[in-house]
Write a protein that binds this ligand. Structure first.
Ligand code: HEM
Length: 330
């Protein structure tokens, strides 16, 4: 390589690094702590959760779309984690809030695929800068101990996308079970086949038994802590599985936006089935000390051009480092 080409390569690397490093991940995690409270040892988001072990079997449709070994048709062990959104480890299970499904596929030859999916088709911000701005607008005022409603309104008026996720969750009933709600990947990913052809899409995990919501009275009667025991019972009865589906993007669809779902009419294919095999009996388990970095992808699956996806890995590592240092809990 001549020195000019090498210099160009360095310049390109520096450019892409600076593009990714625009928002300090420590600032993002500090802002999450300022808004949601600081709970030592816990994840700074998805704090209240439980580990589970699962198995994934890929389909022929999955194999046709991607060379990823996850789709080879043989059972793949998966370390799963179910959680309630936000940094509060005592967040109520009976509120119309976010549920999460995080997965680590342990693939052949030591390959790993990690993802964190949420119970809404969109995230609460389009860029990390906007997410930081939203968190800052929600930070309690030191005197009143509450967010300043004028600040909250001014930011949301100028950034209306930040309200979309909350509007979706408010429109849905409280999920009756971690095993009976849809979980979306939110970002676009590219699926690469044996000929090198790349199909972009957005994925969703759909409960095989359908979704199930609680009426307001039922939610009240359940109380704030029912989801983990309910999941243990449902899994012991062998009734928790999800179809892993990919909604296929078409030319002109936005691939760079965590606040813009693909058009509803886009075709969905089933990539395989995830079956939950067991739930941890307590707060321990293999999920406790890992962070689900959505950029840890297998060969055959590639990140799409979403700035929100690119921004996740660093703050997750910051949160992991803080909670491991404090003594990991959930
Ligand atoms: C820059 C934007 C974001 C920041 C700063 C952020 C921050 C965090 C942090 C600090 C954690 C805890 C990580 C750990 O301790 O292991 C977390 C977990 C999580 N996040 Fe995000 N996040 C962002 C964007 C997103 C988006 C767009 C999604 C949508 C799919 C998402 C879904 C999740 C899920 C499902 C978990 C729980 C994972 C688990 O159970 O370990 N996050 N996030």
């Amino acid at each position: 390589m001549n020195s000019h080409a090498f210099g160009l390569m360095l310049a390109t690397a520096a450019l892409s690094t600076s593009a990714l490093a625009q928002v300090d991940p420590n600032k993002l995690v500090d802002a999450q702590e300022a808004v949601g409270g600081k709970f030592e040892g816990y994840r700074r988001s998805g704090a209240k959760g439980v580990c589970a072990m699962a198995e994934f079997v890929g389909s022929a449709e999955g194999r046709a779309l991607s060379t990823a070994s996850a789709f080879n048709g043989k059972p793949v062990p998966v370390i799963a984690r179910f959680s309630v959104g936000g940094g509060n480890p005592k967040a109520p299970d009976n509120a119309r809030s976010q549920r999460n499904l995080a997965l680590q596929f342990n693939l052949p030859k030591g390959e790993v695929w990690q993802m964190g999916n949420i119970s809404a088709p969109v995230f609460g911000a389009a860029t990390p800068e906007q997410f930081l701005g939203r968190l800052e607008s929600l930070t309690p005022d030191p005197e009143t101990k509450k967010p300043n409603p004028e600040k909250v309104k001014a930011f949301a008026d100028a950034n209306p996308e930040v309200l979309l996720q909350g509007k979706y969750l408010a429109s849905q009933p409280v999920p009756a079970s971690y095993g009976a709600v849809n979980y979306w990947g939110v970002h676009a990913f590219g699926f690469v086949d044996a000929k090198g052809k790349k199909q972009f899409g957005k994925w969703i995990f759909e409960p095989v038994g359908g979704t199930q919501g609680l009426s307001d009275d039922e939610a009240k009667a359940k109380g704030p802590d029912f989801l983990i025991d309910e999941l243990r019972q449902r899994v012991a009865a062998g009734n928790v599985a999800f179809d892993f589906k990919l909604q296929l993007a078409e030319a002109g669809d936005r691939l760079d936006s965590a606040v813009t779902p693909l058009p509803e009419e886009r075709k969905k294919v089933t990539l395989g089935r995830l079956t939950i095999k067991s739930v941890a009996p307590d707060a321990t388990g293999a999920c406790l000390a890992i962070t689900y970095n959505p950029l840890t992808l297998p060969k055959g699956v590639e990140a799409g051009p979403d700035p929100m996806l690119a921004a996740r890995a660093a703050p997750y590592a910051v949160s992991l480092s803080r909670r491991l240092t404090e003594g990991a809990k959930q």
